[in-house]
Design a protein around this ligand. Structure first.
Ligand code: SAH
Ligand code: SF4
Length: 395
Protein backbone atom coordinates (compact mmCIF):
# COMPACT_ATOMS: atom_id res chain seq x y z
CA UNK A 1 0.00 0.00 0.00
CA UNK A 2 1.22 3.47 -0.86
CA UNK A 3 0.48 6.03 1.85
CA UNK A 4 -0.83 9.14 0.10
CA UNK A 5 0.27 11.39 2.98
CA UNK A 6 3.89 10.92 1.91
CA UNK A 7 3.50 13.04 -1.24
CA UNK A 8 3.63 16.76 -1.72
CA UNK A 9 1.61 17.79 -4.77
CA UNK A 10 4.53 17.53 -7.21
CA UNK A 11 5.35 14.03 -5.99
CA UNK A 12 1.69 13.08 -6.18
CA UNK A 13 1.77 14.27 -9.81
CA UNK A 14 4.70 11.94 -10.48
CA UNK A 15 2.79 9.12 -8.83
CA UNK A 16 -0.28 9.77 -11.00
CA UNK A 17 1.92 9.70 -14.09
CA UNK A 18 3.32 6.37 -13.03
CA UNK A 19 -0.26 5.11 -12.90
CA UNK A 20 -0.71 6.36 -16.47
CA UNK A 21 -2.86 9.34 -15.42
CA UNK A 22 -2.57 13.05 -16.15
CA UNK A 23 -0.67 15.11 -13.57
CA UNK A 24 -3.59 17.44 -12.89
CA UNK A 25 -5.46 14.55 -11.30
CA UNK A 26 -3.03 14.91 -8.42
CA UNK A 27 -4.47 18.33 -7.59
CA UNK A 28 -8.00 16.93 -7.27
CA UNK A 29 -6.80 14.09 -5.11
CA UNK A 30 -4.61 16.38 -2.99
CA UNK A 31 -7.57 18.64 -2.28
CA UNK A 32 -9.68 15.72 -1.09
CA UNK A 33 -6.91 14.62 1.21
CA UNK A 34 -5.70 17.87 2.68
CA UNK A 35 -8.64 20.24 2.36
CA UNK A 36 -11.43 17.84 3.22
CA UNK A 37 -9.64 15.15 5.18
CA UNK A 38 -11.24 12.44 3.07
CA UNK A 39 -9.60 9.02 3.20
CA UNK A 40 -12.15 6.99 1.32
CA UNK A 41 -11.30 6.94 -2.40
CA UNK A 42 -14.83 5.89 -3.32
CA UNK A 43 -16.18 9.08 -1.68
CA UNK A 44 -14.06 11.29 -3.98
CA UNK A 45 -16.93 11.59 -6.38
CA UNK A 46 -15.46 14.11 -8.83
CA UNK A 47 -12.52 11.84 -9.65
CA UNK A 48 -12.96 9.82 -12.82
CA UNK A 49 -14.23 6.35 -12.03
CA UNK A 50 -11.32 4.81 -13.95
CA UNK A 51 -8.84 6.77 -11.78
CA UNK A 52 -10.60 5.73 -8.58
CA UNK A 53 -10.49 2.12 -9.71
CA UNK A 54 -6.75 2.39 -10.29
CA UNK A 55 -6.22 3.87 -6.84
CA UNK A 56 -8.46 1.45 -4.99
CA UNK A 57 -6.53 -1.34 -3.36
CA UNK A 58 -3.29 0.41 -4.26
CA UNK A 59 -3.18 3.42 -1.96
CA UNK A 60 -4.27 4.34 1.54
CA UNK A 61 -4.29 7.40 3.74
CA UNK A 62 -2.78 5.89 6.81
CA UNK A 63 -3.40 8.13 9.82
CA UNK A 64 -1.03 7.99 12.74
CA UNK A 65 -2.30 5.74 15.53
CA UNK A 66 -3.13 7.83 18.59
CA UNK A 67 -1.55 6.31 21.70
CA UNK A 68 -3.03 8.94 24.00
CA UNK A 69 -4.62 12.35 24.07
CA UNK A 70 -4.59 14.84 26.93
CA UNK A 71 -6.46 18.11 27.26
CA UNK A 72 -5.04 20.72 29.64
CA UNK A 73 -7.11 23.09 31.74
CA UNK A 74 -6.19 25.96 29.38
CA UNK A 75 -7.48 24.04 26.34
CA UNK A 76 -4.06 22.92 25.08
CA UNK A 77 -4.25 19.41 23.58
CA UNK A 78 -1.36 16.97 23.44
CA UNK A 79 -1.45 13.86 21.28
CA UNK A 80 0.99 11.02 21.57
CA UNK A 81 1.26 9.12 18.29
CA UNK A 82 2.59 5.60 18.10
CA UNK A 83 5.00 5.41 15.18
CA UNK A 84 5.93 1.77 15.68
CA UNK A 85 9.06 0.04 16.90
CA UNK A 86 8.51 1.27 20.44
CA UNK A 87 8.69 4.92 19.41
CA UNK A 88 6.15 7.66 19.88
CA UNK A 89 6.07 11.36 19.10
CA UNK A 90 4.07 14.23 20.51
CA UNK A 91 2.07 17.00 18.87
CA UNK A 92 0.57 19.95 20.74
CA UNK A 93 -2.34 22.19 19.76
CA UNK A 94 -2.43 25.61 21.41
CA UNK A 95 -5.72 27.48 21.01
CA UNK A 96 -5.67 31.25 21.31
CA UNK A 97 -8.26 33.85 20.41
CA UNK A 98 -8.30 34.09 16.63
CA UNK A 99 -5.71 31.44 16.02
CA UNK A 100 -4.72 27.85 16.61
CA UNK A 101 -1.06 26.88 16.65
CA UNK A 102 0.11 23.33 16.09
CA UNK A 103 3.51 22.35 17.41
CA UNK A 104 4.79 19.47 15.26
CA UNK A 105 7.59 16.94 15.83
CA UNK A 106 10.18 16.16 13.17
CA UNK A 107 12.12 13.30 14.79
CA UNK A 108 11.65 10.62 17.43
CA UNK A 109 14.14 11.90 19.98
CA UNK A 110 16.91 14.28 18.98
CA UNK A 111 20.65 13.90 18.48
CA UNK A 112 21.56 17.47 19.41
CA UNK A 113 21.16 16.72 23.11
CA UNK A 114 20.67 20.20 24.46
CA UNK A 115 21.28 20.37 28.16
CA UNK A 116 17.82 21.71 29.08
CA UNK A 117 15.60 19.64 26.76
CA UNK A 118 13.66 16.49 27.65
CA UNK A 119 13.68 15.32 24.02
CA UNK A 120 17.46 15.64 23.90
CA UNK A 121 17.78 13.61 27.07
CA UNK A 122 15.94 10.74 25.39
CA UNK A 123 18.58 10.36 22.70
CA UNK A 124 17.91 10.00 18.99
CA UNK A 125 15.78 7.21 17.66
CA UNK A 126 14.88 8.02 14.08
CA UNK A 127 13.77 10.62 11.57
CA UNK A 128 10.06 10.95 10.88
CA UNK A 129 8.87 10.39 7.32
CA UNK A 130 7.01 13.04 5.32
CA UNK A 131 3.79 11.11 6.01
CA UNK A 132 4.46 11.15 9.75
CA UNK A 133 5.13 14.88 9.79
CA UNK A 134 2.13 15.76 7.61
CA UNK A 135 0.07 13.10 9.43
CA UNK A 136 0.31 15.12 12.66
CA UNK A 137 -1.26 18.12 10.94
CA UNK A 138 -3.80 15.98 9.09
CA UNK A 139 -4.94 14.35 12.32
CA UNK A 140 -5.12 17.58 14.32
CA UNK A 141 -6.85 19.62 11.62
CA UNK A 142 -9.62 17.19 10.81
CA UNK A 143 -10.12 15.92 14.34
CA UNK A 144 -10.44 19.49 15.61
CA UNK A 145 -12.78 20.53 12.80
CA UNK A 146 -15.12 17.75 13.84
CA UNK A 147 -14.84 18.43 17.54
CA UNK A 148 -15.17 22.17 17.29
CA UNK A 149 -17.98 21.90 14.72
CA UNK A 150 -16.21 24.38 12.50
CA UNK A 151 -18.15 25.60 9.48
CA UNK A 152 -16.97 24.22 6.13
CA UNK A 153 -13.82 25.91 4.94
CA UNK A 154 -12.79 27.22 8.37
CA UNK A 155 -9.42 26.04 9.60
CA UNK A 156 -8.63 24.78 13.06
CA UNK A 157 -4.85 25.08 12.63
CA UNK A 158 -3.85 28.55 11.46
CA UNK A 159 -0.16 28.39 12.41
CA UNK A 160 2.43 25.64 12.49
CA UNK A 161 5.64 25.69 14.50
CA UNK A 162 8.25 22.97 13.99
CA UNK A 163 9.03 23.10 17.71
CA UNK A 164 8.02 19.66 18.86
CA UNK A 165 10.44 16.79 19.26
CA UNK A 166 13.55 16.77 17.11
CA UNK A 167 15.76 19.08 15.10
CA UNK A 168 13.87 19.75 11.85
CA UNK A 169 16.99 20.72 9.92
CA UNK A 170 18.52 17.34 10.69
CA UNK A 171 15.60 15.75 8.86
CA UNK A 172 15.71 18.05 5.89
CA UNK A 173 14.63 15.70 3.12
CA UNK A 174 11.34 14.95 4.88
CA UNK A 175 10.87 18.47 6.22
CA UNK A 176 10.72 20.26 2.87
CA UNK A 177 7.94 18.21 1.20
CA UNK A 178 5.99 18.43 4.47
CA UNK A 179 6.37 22.23 4.51
CA UNK A 180 5.31 22.42 0.86
CA UNK A 181 2.12 20.51 1.68
CA UNK A 182 1.39 22.93 4.52
CA UNK A 183 1.92 25.95 2.25
CA UNK A 184 0.19 24.58 -0.85
CA UNK A 185 -3.00 26.45 -1.78
CA UNK A 186 -4.50 23.09 -2.69
CA UNK A 187 -3.34 21.70 0.66
CA UNK A 188 -3.47 23.56 3.98
CA UNK A 189 -2.85 26.94 2.37
CA UNK A 190 -0.84 28.34 5.28
CA UNK A 191 1.20 31.44 4.52
CA UNK A 192 4.97 31.32 4.86
CA UNK A 193 4.73 33.73 7.75
CA UNK A 194 2.54 31.32 9.69
CA UNK A 195 4.84 28.34 9.39
CA UNK A 196 7.95 28.51 11.55
CA UNK A 197 10.97 26.24 11.51
CA UNK A 198 12.89 26.37 14.77
CA UNK A 199 16.50 25.25 14.73
CA UNK A 200 19.34 24.81 17.16
CA UNK A 201 21.61 26.04 14.37
CA UNK A 202 22.38 23.63 11.52
CA UNK A 203 24.07 26.34 9.46
CA UNK A 204 24.29 24.71 5.99
CA UNK A 205 20.67 23.65 6.19
CA UNK A 206 19.55 27.17 7.08
CA UNK A 207 21.03 28.21 3.73
CA UNK A 208 19.29 25.38 1.92
CA UNK A 209 15.95 26.19 3.52
CA UNK A 210 16.34 29.78 2.37
CA UNK A 211 16.75 28.56 -1.21
CA UNK A 212 14.20 25.72 -1.15
CA UNK A 213 11.34 26.85 1.04
CA UNK A 214 11.86 30.04 3.06
CA UNK A 215 9.31 29.99 5.88
CA UNK A 216 9.60 31.95 9.13
CA UNK A 217 12.76 31.03 11.04
CA UNK A 218 13.46 30.78 14.75
CA UNK A 219 16.99 30.26 16.04
CA UNK A 220 17.44 28.69 19.46
CA UNK A 221 20.37 30.69 20.78
CA UNK A 222 20.24 30.43 24.60
CA UNK A 223 23.68 31.99 25.14
CA UNK A 224 25.59 35.00 23.89
CA UNK A 225 29.06 33.45 24.03
CA UNK A 226 30.46 30.29 22.52
CA UNK A 227 31.85 28.78 25.72
CA UNK A 228 28.43 28.68 27.35
CA UNK A 229 26.57 27.77 24.16
CA UNK A 230 28.96 24.86 23.58
CA UNK A 231 27.73 23.47 26.88
CA UNK A 232 24.03 24.18 26.40
CA UNK A 233 23.68 23.32 22.71
CA UNK A 234 26.50 20.90 21.78
CA UNK A 235 25.97 21.60 18.06
CA UNK A 236 27.57 24.99 18.73
CA UNK A 237 30.99 23.31 18.64
CA UNK A 238 30.39 22.66 14.97
CA UNK A 239 28.53 25.85 14.09
CA UNK A 240 29.50 28.61 16.50
CA UNK A 241 27.46 31.73 17.17
CA UNK A 242 29.22 33.95 14.63
CA UNK A 243 28.49 31.52 11.79
CA UNK A 244 24.94 30.99 13.00
CA UNK A 245 24.09 34.68 13.04
CA UNK A 246 25.68 35.11 9.62
CA UNK A 247 23.39 32.34 8.32
CA UNK A 248 20.49 34.21 9.92
CA UNK A 249 21.44 37.37 8.04
CA UNK A 250 21.63 35.44 4.75
CA UNK A 251 18.25 33.88 5.50
CA UNK A 252 16.69 37.32 5.87
CA UNK A 253 17.35 37.99 2.19
CA UNK A 254 14.49 35.59 1.36
CA UNK A 255 12.56 35.28 4.63
CA UNK A 256 8.83 36.02 4.68
CA UNK A 257 9.35 38.35 7.63
CA UNK A 258 11.98 41.02 8.08
CA UNK A 259 13.23 39.56 11.34
CA UNK A 260 14.30 36.25 12.76
CA UNK A 261 13.02 35.04 16.09
CA UNK A 262 15.72 34.30 18.63
CA UNK A 263 14.66 31.85 21.31
CA UNK A 264 16.38 32.01 24.66
CA UNK A 265 15.53 29.53 27.39
CA UNK A 266 15.91 31.23 30.78
CA UNK A 267 17.94 29.05 33.14
CA UNK A 268 18.45 30.16 36.70
CA UNK A 269 22.06 31.11 37.41
CA UNK A 270 23.24 29.84 34.02
CA UNK A 271 22.38 32.33 31.28
CA UNK A 272 20.12 34.84 33.00
CA UNK A 273 22.56 37.39 34.45
CA UNK A 274 22.05 40.98 33.37
CA UNK A 275 25.59 41.00 31.99
CA UNK A 276 24.48 38.17 29.72
CA UNK A 277 21.52 40.24 28.55
CA UNK A 278 23.99 43.04 27.73
CA UNK A 279 26.17 40.58 25.83
CA UNK A 280 23.15 39.35 23.87
CA UNK A 281 22.26 42.91 23.06
CA UNK A 282 25.78 43.59 21.80
CA UNK A 283 25.61 40.47 19.67
CA UNK A 284 22.31 41.04 17.90
CA UNK A 285 22.15 44.81 18.27
CA UNK A 286 25.19 45.56 16.16
CA UNK A 287 25.40 48.60 13.94
CA UNK A 288 25.41 46.94 10.53
CA UNK A 289 29.18 47.38 10.25
CA UNK A 290 31.51 44.57 9.21
CA UNK A 291 32.79 44.22 12.75
CA UNK A 292 29.39 44.41 14.48
CA UNK A 293 26.83 43.31 11.91
CA UNK A 294 24.06 42.35 14.39
CA UNK A 295 20.88 40.56 13.31
CA UNK A 296 17.39 41.92 12.70
CA UNK A 297 15.47 39.89 15.25
CA UNK A 298 12.84 39.63 17.92
CA UNK A 299 13.77 37.84 21.07
CA UNK A 300 11.49 35.34 22.73
CA UNK A 301 12.47 34.47 26.29
CA UNK A 302 11.23 31.01 27.30
CA UNK A 303 11.21 30.39 31.05
CA UNK A 304 12.77 26.93 31.42
CA UNK A 305 10.21 24.14 31.74
CA UNK A 306 11.59 21.63 34.18
CA UNK A 307 11.56 17.87 33.70
CA UNK A 308 12.73 15.02 35.89
CA UNK A 309 16.48 14.71 36.05
CA UNK A 310 17.36 17.98 34.33
CA UNK A 311 19.09 19.41 37.40
CA UNK A 312 18.24 22.90 36.18
CA UNK A 313 15.89 25.55 37.44
CA UNK A 314 13.69 28.16 35.89
CA UNK A 315 14.75 31.78 36.28
CA UNK A 316 12.49 33.79 38.57
CA UNK A 317 9.80 35.92 36.97
CA UNK A 318 11.57 39.02 38.28
CA UNK A 319 14.83 37.95 36.67
CA UNK A 320 13.13 37.23 33.35
CA UNK A 321 11.49 40.67 33.47
CA UNK A 322 14.80 42.40 34.26
CA UNK A 323 16.56 40.51 31.46
CA UNK A 324 13.78 41.47 29.03
CA UNK A 325 14.05 45.09 30.10
CA UNK A 326 17.75 45.28 29.21
CA UNK A 327 16.96 44.02 25.73
CA UNK A 328 13.95 46.24 25.25
CA UNK A 329 15.81 49.30 26.38
CA UNK A 330 18.45 48.39 23.86
CA UNK A 331 15.77 48.56 21.17
CA UNK A 332 15.12 44.84 20.62
CA UNK A 333 11.51 43.71 20.64
CA UNK A 334 11.39 41.09 23.38
CA UNK A 335 8.55 38.86 24.51
CA UNK A 336 8.28 36.31 27.28
CA UNK A 337 6.63 33.07 26.27
CA UNK A 338 3.66 32.12 28.36
CA UNK A 339 3.78 28.50 29.35
CA UNK A 340 0.82 26.57 28.02
CA UNK A 341 -0.43 23.13 28.90
CA UNK A 342 1.87 22.73 31.86
CA UNK A 343 -0.55 20.45 33.70
CA UNK A 344 -0.07 17.89 30.88
CA UNK A 345 3.68 18.48 30.35
CA UNK A 346 3.01 19.96 26.91
CA UNK A 347 5.26 23.00 27.27
CA UNK A 348 8.43 23.66 25.25
CA UNK A 349 11.10 21.12 25.88
CA UNK A 350 8.93 18.75 27.87
CA UNK A 351 8.00 16.50 24.98
CA UNK A 352 9.58 13.13 25.45
CA UNK A 353 7.35 10.55 23.82
CA UNK A 354 8.67 7.06 24.27
CA UNK A 355 12.02 6.41 22.74
CA UNK A 356 13.56 3.02 22.83
CA UNK A 357 17.19 3.58 22.01
CA UNK A 358 18.64 5.40 24.97
CA UNK A 359 21.94 3.63 24.92
CA UNK A 360 23.98 6.30 23.19
CA UNK A 361 22.93 9.03 25.52
CA UNK A 362 23.31 6.77 28.53
CA UNK A 363 26.90 6.11 27.44
CA UNK A 364 27.55 9.74 26.88
CA UNK A 365 26.08 10.74 30.19
CA UNK A 366 28.20 8.15 31.92
CA UNK A 367 31.29 9.82 30.45
CA UNK A 368 30.16 13.25 31.61
CA UNK A 369 27.67 15.61 30.13
CA UNK A 370 29.91 17.37 27.66
CA UNK A 371 30.42 14.27 25.56
CA UNK A 372 33.64 12.54 24.63
CA UNK A 373 36.57 13.81 26.66
CA UNK A 374 38.39 15.34 23.72
CA UNK A 375 35.41 17.54 22.95
CA UNK A 376 35.06 18.93 26.40
CA UNK A 377 35.60 22.59 26.78
CA UNK A 378 37.23 23.93 29.88
CA UNK A 379 35.07 26.70 31.23
CA UNK A 380 36.48 29.61 33.13
CA UNK A 381 35.93 29.26 36.89
CA UNK A 382 33.21 31.85 36.96
CA UNK A 383 31.19 29.73 34.55
CA UNK A 384 31.42 26.56 36.53
CA UNK A 385 27.82 26.64 37.43
CA UNK A 386 25.29 23.86 37.60
CA UNK A 387 26.83 21.98 34.69
CA UNK A 388 29.61 20.56 36.71
CA UNK A 389 27.54 19.43 39.62
CA UNK A 390 26.88 15.77 39.84
CA UNK A 391 23.19 15.89 38.95
CA UNK A 392 23.57 14.82 35.35
CA UNK A 393 24.51 11.31 36.09
CA UNK A 394 23.82 8.20 34.12
CA UNK A 395 20.17 7.22 34.54
N1 SAH B 1 15.09 21.40 17.76
C1 SAH B 1 14.53 22.66 17.51
C2 SAH B 1 13.02 22.72 17.69
C3 SAH B 1 12.44 21.99 18.86
S1 SAH B 1 12.70 22.67 20.45
C4 SAH B 1 15.20 23.73 18.35
O1 SAH B 1 15.94 23.38 19.26
O2 SAH B 1 15.00 24.89 18.05
C5 SAH B 1 11.67 24.13 20.48
C6 SAH B 1 12.15 25.19 21.46
O3 SAH B 1 11.99 24.78 22.83
C7 SAH B 1 13.60 25.52 21.28
O4 SAH B 1 13.83 26.90 21.30
C8 SAH B 1 14.20 24.87 22.50
O5 SAH B 1 15.43 25.45 22.82
C9 SAH B 1 13.16 25.11 23.54
N2 SAH B 1 13.29 24.25 24.72
C10 SAH B 1 13.81 23.01 24.77
N3 SAH B 1 13.76 22.53 26.02
C11 SAH B 1 13.17 23.48 26.78
C12 SAH B 1 12.79 23.55 28.15
N4 SAH B 1 12.98 22.54 28.98
N5 SAH B 1 12.22 24.68 28.59
C13 SAH B 1 11.97 25.70 27.74
N6 SAH B 1 12.27 25.69 26.43
C14 SAH B 1 12.87 24.59 25.95
FE1 SF4 C 1 16.91 18.77 19.96
FE2 SF4 C 1 15.78 21.21 19.96
FE3 SF4 C 1 15.73 19.66 22.16
FE4 SF4 C 1 18.02 20.74 21.36
S1 SF4 C 1 16.19 21.84 22.08
S2 SF4 C 1 17.75 18.61 22.03
S3 SF4 C 1 17.80 20.66 19.15
S4 SF4 C 1 14.74 19.23 20.24
Amino acid sequence: MVNLLQFDRAALGDFCEQLGEKRFRATQLFRWLHQRGERDISAMTDLAKSFRDKLAGHVATAPLPVASEQVASDGTIKWLFDIGGGNAVETVFIPEPGRGTLCISSQAGCAVNCRFCATGHQGFSRNLTVAEIVGQLWHAEFDLRRRLHLPAGERAVTNVVMMGMGEPLQNYSALVPALRTMLDDHGYGLSRRRVTVSTSGVVPMIDRLRDDCPVALAISLHAADDALRDELVPLNRKYPIGELLAAGRRYLERAPRDFITIEYCMLDGVNDALAQAEALLMLVGGDGSATRPGLACKINLIPFNPFAGSGLQRSSAARVAAFAEVLQEGGIVTTVRRTRGDDIAAACGQLAGEVQDRTRVADRNARGFAGPAEQRVALPRSRRGPFHRAERNAP
